[in-house]
Design a protein around this ligand. Structure first.
Ligand SMILES: Cc1cc2nc3c(=O)[nH]c(=O)nc-3n(C[C@H](O)[C@H](O)[C@H](O)COP(=O)(O)OP(=O)(O)OC[C@H]3O[C@@H](n4cnc5c(N)ncnc54)[C@H](O)[C@@H]3O)c2cc1C
Ligand SMILES: NC(=O)c1ccc[n+]([C@@H]2O[C@H](COP(=O)([O-])OP(=O)(O)OC[C@H]3O[C@@H](n4cnc5c(N)ncnc54)[C@H](O)[C@@H]3O)[C@@H](O)[C@H]2O)c1
Length: 491
């Protein structure tokens, strides 16, 4: 048996969630080993949120310029992908190099190990020839990878995932997008605005199917206006690549061809790679279930996409704060002569007297571990118009037997929408629990729909009574005044 090295905490996977947990625990004075097999920071900064939003910023600038005609004169727009690719390479990803992130982690007091970590019994993690043993526990933050459907022929073709789409230096003439979810819609609109002929093929009967049907309609009609072809209810049967072009054949005989094929049909965790059987946890699951303190089992926590609680960076960060508080709580109570009130410094040891966590307050008060609550989970799909949503959709609320009231108002009927004119598509949809007199869900689609959402997130999170929401003052003429109009429509 390989001799193991003892540390306080082992973090496997330094994506959004793992990096936050490992860095903060190290700052708090624990000895932390952080293990990452690819790039420290994970999907979001290198192939996800940040570069995709840089693309969207650029594509939206083109769209705004194209709206000048008829509103403010005329403009000739000549898209150029080169500055977008350069910005992603130089500003966002350092050409997909994590040097700075590794240095940041080490600078916070962490020990970095590059490799694939795997549980090797309770508290133990193996990385290649090294074995680490943890005093307080192991945190898993290994995220997800693209889930590629078993369509005949697809596996042998040079299809793109989000990685190649984000890294692209020269745009193709045409692009087939398999999957009309968040990634499919955001990237399709970007590429279409830069002149690529884009076709989306979606299996369900509408795009963005996890959100309200009205959201699907607004997003689909905006993309169509940008020239994107959308085919829903299509079952892909076979994919071929002849060296130059892809052909996708669908059930019923329909055929789609393009120079490139982007597969964005969801993501999946790879639990089989984590050695979960060595700690008695079933690896044959889609995600790793956790309790409201993110505990998988005694001494093992999970954070981020791996938990299946919503694949968003803000969820990974939210969960990370809970894990940090819980691990520190355990460390506090495990020390000889521990102060169970939790009022002493967070942990002992050479670096333990001053707690950065205590100073920032993000882990909660010493001794109290916050519990996860996803009632007011916000999400924003950054199409133009943006589709922001929080809490339950109408269908989810009805299927739970809630006494539902729905309020709806179109942005174009608001003063601000009318002033805005071109590009004012969108709406506010409110879902209320009539018995409780509170909002339990809401959608805010429109220009800055994700920003307008914030008031609705507060309303759902804090269960603000509808009577109070109706008697608030909404600034004139804002887009968010449409919330007031929708409140008056609740029935
Ligand atoms: C194109 C795209 C756009 C997105 N846009 C947004 C957005 O606008 N807003 C938003 O909130 N979210 C967005 N997301 C989702 C967001 O990127 C994820 O929710 C987030 O990255 C999840 O963080 P994580 O820490 O759970 O996992 P990840 O970021 O996936 O990190 C997991 C890390 O673990 C490593 N790893 C895996 N297994 C092992 C192992 N055995 N040993 C060592 N290391 C391992 C991986 O290499 C990886 O670095 C987007 C995603 C994509 C793909
Ligand atoms: N703005 C954001 O916050 C943002 C942006 C991008 C991604 N993300 C996160 O990343 C996750 C993954 O994004 P995604 O777009 O890959 O997944 P998704 O689950 O959002 O969408 C996948 C789509 O592919 C469709 N699909 C599945 N199999 C198919 C098949 N065989 N043929 C045709 N269509 C098929 C599904 O019906 C679905 O509409 C999202 O769930 C989201 O949480 C967030």
């Amino acid at each position: 048996m390989v001799e193991s090295e003892q540390v306080d905490v082992i973090v496997v996977g330094l994506g959004v969630g793992g990096e936050e947990v490992a860095g903060r625990l190290a700052e708090a004075g624990l000895s932390v080993v952080g293990i990452e097999r690819d790039l420290v920071g994970g999907e979001c900064p290198y192939w996800g949120c940040i570069p995709s939003k840089m693309m969207i910023r650029a594509a939206n600038a083109l769209a705004e310029a194209r709206r000048i005609d008829g509103l403010a004169g005329s403009a000739e727009v000549r898209p150029d992908w080169a500055p977008v690719a350069k910005r992603i390479r130089e500003e966002a990803t350092d050409t997909w190099n994590d040097r700075a992130a590794v240095e940041r982690f080490v600078g916070r007091g962490g020990r970095f190990v590059r490799g694939s970590g795997r549980l090797d019994g309770p508290g133990r993690v193996r990385v290649g020839d090294q074995v680490f043993e943890s005093r307080y526990g192991v945190v898993l933050g290994t995220g997800t990878r693209p889930s590629v459907p078993p369509v005949e022929g697809l596996a042998g073709t040079p299809y793109w995932t989000n990685h190649q789409a984000i890294e692209v230096e020269e745009l193709p003439e045409s692009l087939l997008v398999l999957g009309g979810g968040a990634i499919g819609l955001e990237l399709s609109q970007v590429f279409a605005r830069f002149g690529v002929r884009v076709t989306i093929v979606e299996a369900l009967d509408r795009v963005l199917a996890v959100e309200e049907p009205e959201s699907s309609e607004v997003a689909a009609s905006a993309l169509r206006a940008d020239g994107v072809e959308i085919h829903t209810g299509v079952r892909a049967e076979r994919v071929d690549h002849d060296g130059e072009r892809f052909t996708l054949r669908a059930q019923g005989g329909a055929e789609f061809t393009a120079e490139r094929l982007l597969v964005v049909t969801g993501r999946r965790a790879h639990l089989d790679e984590l050695g979960l059987d060595s700690v008695g946890v079933d690896a044959d699951q889609r995600y790793l279930p956790v309790d409201d303190r993110m505990r998988v089992t005694d001494g093992i926590w999970a954070v981020g996409d791996l938990t299946g609680e919503g694949a968003f960076t803000h969820i990974a960060m939210y969960q990370a704060a809970i894990v940090i508080a819980d691990v520190l709580d355990r460390a506090r109570h495990s020390r000889p002569g521990a102060d169970p009130s939790g009022t002493a410094s967070v942990v002992g040891g050479a670096m333990g007297s001053a707690s950065a966590l205590g100073a920032s307050g993000s882990s909660g008060t010493a001794g109290t571990v916050p519990r996860a609550d996803y009632r007011a989970l916000p999400r924003v799909t950054f199409t133009d118009p943006e589709v922001g949503a929080v809490g339950l959709t109408e269908e989810q609320a009805r299927s739970r037997g809630i006494n539902v009231q729905v309020g709806f108002s179109k942005l174009s009927d608001s003063t601000r929408g009318w002033i805005h004119r071109v590009g004012d598509e969108g709406f506010i949809k409110l879902i209320a629990d009539a018995d409780q007199g509170v909002l339990i869900g809401a959608t805010s689609a429109g220009p800055a729909g994700g920003e307008v959402l914030s008031g609705l997130v507060v309303a759902v999170h804090a269960a603000v009574p509808l009577s109070q929401l109706r008697h608030m003052i909404y600034a004139y003429p804002t887009f968010h005044r449409a919330i007031e109009a929708a409140l008056h429509e609740l029935r």
